[in-house]
Design a protein around this ligand. Sequence first.
Ligand code: ZN
Length: 243
Amino acid sequence: MSISESIPQRLYLMQLSTSTIPLPEGQQLDMVCVCYLIETSDGKHILIDTGLPPDIKMPAPAENEKNVVEHLAELDLHPADIDILICTHFDIDHVGYHELFTQAELVVQRHHYELAQQGHPRFATTQSHWNHPDLHYRLIDGDFELLPGITLIETSGHAPGHQSVLVRLPQTGPVLLAIDAVVFQRLFNTNRQAWPTDDNEGQLRASSQKLLDLVEREGVQFVVFGHDGGQWATLKKSPAYYE
Ligand SMILES: [Zn+2]
């Protein structure tokens, strides 16, 4: 490896908010809304998603709120410092601040982007965030090595053209960010049932299988699940980082 090669050096897990959703029989669901930042050895900054917009509230009251701009500021960064914004999908809790990242290259699956552009109702309400005229998109098709050590994994099912992210860190090893392909740890299996927020159960199960295979094949050290408040409580969060 040459010294100038750009490889991931730090992974920041940014917790944007937490909420508790009451379930029947006195149970509850602890949810988080999140995004991620990767810093490379040559000083590039790669952001993954941007969270809920300020004007939208989740059904359950959110606590511990700190938006992506505030998280970046804590690291002495501004939206203009972000080189690449990986768009996992255009749901409202993932695209809320995209319009601020006009200096970045936004990377999204072509299939997802084209469906959204064609007026897919699921992404129509979030248009003002992802369809801003000053944003620059790079469209990719399927699994894709974005940089050495950062691979985007096509994982449809939750949404068509959803993508997860594999990050190879120098000390920790490979870390899989499942995003909404697997929102809770207990759903990481192949006989899971789709939730009302999922698009396609067959694809959801196939994507689970694909990620389970990847964990085994790549020796993934840990998987970060998309909205799992219980898991996130145990993880190192920004401004701390994994390296
Ligand atoms: Zn989500």
